[in-house]
Design a protein around this ligand. Structure first.
Ligand code: ADP
Ligand code: MG
Length: 628
């Protein structure tokens, strides 16, 4: 080998960081480096199998696809060789000089968040190729690309910031051969027994012949093609980590096969951790697509709807044409069909899970509910079957207990025509507000939403089992005659009518679009109702925000319907005050209006309110002799 043509390169800054962490960690499971390198060899072989199907001209097309591992105790090295796609000079720089692997990115991010304490993280995330430097003094990566014009190359690094690439004199066969020169403490990995033990743990699913020092180790094990009863729980978990590059345990999985409308064998995993919850940004699905074990696409587009992007796993369809290009594949009717089958299966699986273990499902809803919410809001085709998976609290259940729409409908009385909900920051604020009492006094259940998205989601849904889903603060809800409980005598109808007219005149039509006696009110003196039945207060808040002026506050009045409670003492007093003390009556009317807006969450500019309250207080205390 000549050294004259060696070119020197520096690692990308992020790679340096990873190498530094890897080299200085006292991580105990150092053997994962072997898992990573064998996985890479296997990936390179899968890609080769595919490349052979799609490319006309391939270097050494007849060479068998296999992995050969050679521990060498004397030399203190371990070699991992594959006959896969190999790499060109540019690919070496791109793939081994920068961080391309998303798991490694996630790893770095997590390290930054943790500010140290990286021990378990390497094992959890896997840092791919770079994990070799946990055990190596030096790594040599000999490689020859499948491309006819490829060169025989050697990439060398001791993991200290730089690497070299040179052409080697001997003509290499296709693929890659890694020579890992082991650190003294890790010379164990140059012993066959030790390596065999590690390989048997990790390489079970390598779908290529695996040779260890002259011994053939395993045959392929595509567990997704087996029947459920033949696969152990441990095998699923190992597969999840190996195949899906996952660093957590799977929460759950579904393994199924279907014949119609097309042949599918699939295992889909639900991760334990929401991949978007830790600030890692948008998740990308880790579901690979195969045809009779052959990898067709490791990142197939449109295989799952967007809202299922947190899923991981494998899908195999014998009906896929092998040599289809990715571009035609992602728009093909076949992919759409598979997508449909998978989506329905996942939804059915979740529904069964919810029935069988509601508590587990409630936890899932808490962690992954946002994906399902997104599904209900955006996936029109599946909206109806997704809706029963929605969960929220309700007025008739204990705090913390969740209910579903089917359960709600089941509990509805015959006379109830619509599904009601209220939005608020929390249970207390909804219960203290003026909207619930009318429903409560009539024994009508109201769903409680604490999340602006829930409001949006139910709006998109708009009906469930042919029942409109309506915000309970809407004006035109007919709750029928109510048993008026625990309140005093009502003001006579004519008096009420004139009081309401007066109230509207005092406030103006642009604030009070309508004013009437409130049939719904029990304990509150007044309530502001929403003119648009299908738009809740929180939606209106959003609309208002869009019309804000430059001060950031909107002074534009909100036109609402105000209902006054004919039985409430304050309303009685207000009626009397109109004659006795018109000035105070006006202030009180304005204050009542503002209060209803506060309760509705619609008062944006409280500037005038404090001043008015002081004036009212002054006027009231003026009626009482001051203390001496
Ligand atoms: P990942 O395998 O998740 O992409 P790695 O850090 O393990 O990340 O590997 C980085 C890249 O280096 C791979 O994506 C691949 O392109 C390339 N690579 C690594 N090992 C091999 C190999 N044996 N043959 C061909 N390419 C390889
Ligand atoms: Mg890898």
């Amino acid at each position: 080998m000549s050294n004259t043509n060696a070119t020197k390169h520096s690692f990308q800054a992020e790679v340096k960081q990873v190498l530094d962490i890897v080299a200085h960690s006292i991580y105990k499971d150092r053997d994962i480096f072997l898992r990573e390198l064998v996985s890479n060899a296997s990936d390179a072989l899968e890609k080769m199998r595919y490349t052979k199907l799609t490319e006309k001209e391939v270097f050494e097309p007849e060479r068998e696809l296999e992995i050969t591992i050679t521990p060498d105790e004397k030399a203190g090295t371990i070699e991992i060789a594959d006959t896969g796609i190999g790499m060109t000079r540019d690919e070496l720089v791109e793939n081994l000089g920068t961080i391309a692997h998303s798991g490694t990115k996630a790893f770095l991010q997590k390290i930054k968040e943790n500010g140290g304490g990286n021990e378990n993280l390497i094992g959890q995330f896997g840092v791919g190729f770079f994990s070799a430097f946990m055990v190596a003094d030096e790594v040599k990566f000999y490689t020859r690309s499948w491309k006819p014009e490829g060169e025989s190359l050697c990439w060398t690094s001791d993991g200290n910031g730089e690497y070299t690439i040179e052409t080697v004199d001997e003509a290499l066969t296709r693929g890659s051969r890694l020579v890992v020169k082991l650190k003294d403490e890790y010379k164990d990995f140059s012993k066959k027994d030790k390596v065999k033990e590690v390989l048997e743990r990790y390489s079970r699913y390598i779908a290529f012949p695996l040779n260890l020092a002259g011994e053939k180790l395993n045959t392929m094990q595509a567990i997704w093609l087996k029947s459920k009863s033949e696969v152990t729980e441990q095998e699923y978990k190992d597969f999840y980590k190996m195949h899906c590059h996952a660093w957590d345990e799977p929460l759950d999985w579904l393994h199924f096969s279907a014949d119609a409308p097309l042949a599918i064998n699939a295992i889909l995993f639900f991760p334990t951790h929401n991949p978007e919850a830790m600030g890692f940004g948008r998740a990308t699905p880790e579901v690979t697509l195969h045809c009779r074990k052959v990898l067709i696409d490791s990142e197939p587009k449109n295989l799952l709807p967007d809202w299922l992007r947190f899923m991981k796993g494998v899908v195999d369809s014998a009906d896929l044409p092998l040599n289809i290009s990715r571009e035609t594949l992602q728009d093909s009717a076949l992919i759409q069909k598979i997508n449909r089958v998978l989506t329905k299966r996942v939804i059915k699986h979740l529904e069964e899970k919810a029935k069988k273990s509601p508590d587990d499902y409630a936890k899932f809803w808490k962690d992954f509910g946002n994906f399902l919410r997104e599904g209900i809001a955006t996936d029109e085709e599946n909206r109806d079957i997704l809706a029963p998976l929605f969960r929220c609290e309700s007025s008739i259940l204990d705090a913390g207990k969740l209910t579903s729409l089917p359960e709600y409908v089941e509990r509805m009385k015959d006379s109830q025509k619509e599904i009601y909900y209220l939005v608020g920051a929390n249970r207390e604020s909804i219960e203290a507000g003026p909207y619930l009492e009318a429903f409560k006094s009539r024994g009508i259940e109201v769903l409680f939403l604490y999340d602006g998205t829930d409001d949006y989601v139910l709006n998109r849904l708009s009906t469930f089992k042919e029942k409109s889903i309506v915000s309970a603060d809407a004006a035109d809800i007919d709750l029928g005659d109510a048993p008026q409980t625990g309140t005093g005598e009502a003001l006579p109808e004519d008096k009420m009518k004139s009081l309401c007219e007066w109230f509207q005149k005092v406030l103006g039509k642009e604030k009070v679009a309508e004013c009437g006696a409130g049939a719904r009110l029990v304990d509150s003196p007044a309530v502001a109702l929403n003119q648009d039945k299908f738009m809740s207060a929180s939606m209106r808040r959003v609309m208002r925000m869009m019309t804000r002026d430059s001060s950031g506050l909107s002074d534009t009045p909100v036109a609402v319907k105000v209902e006054l409670n004919p039985r409430h003492t304050l309303i009685h007093q207000l009626d009397a005050m109109r004659d006795n003390n018109p000035e105070l009556a006006q202030l009180v009317a304005e204050q009542i209006y503002d209060n209803t807006l506060v309760a509705a969450g619609l008062l944006e500019n409280p500037r005038g309110m404090t001043k008015r309250i002081y004036t009212i207080l002054e006027k009231l205390s003026g009626n009482t002799p001051a203390a001496k």
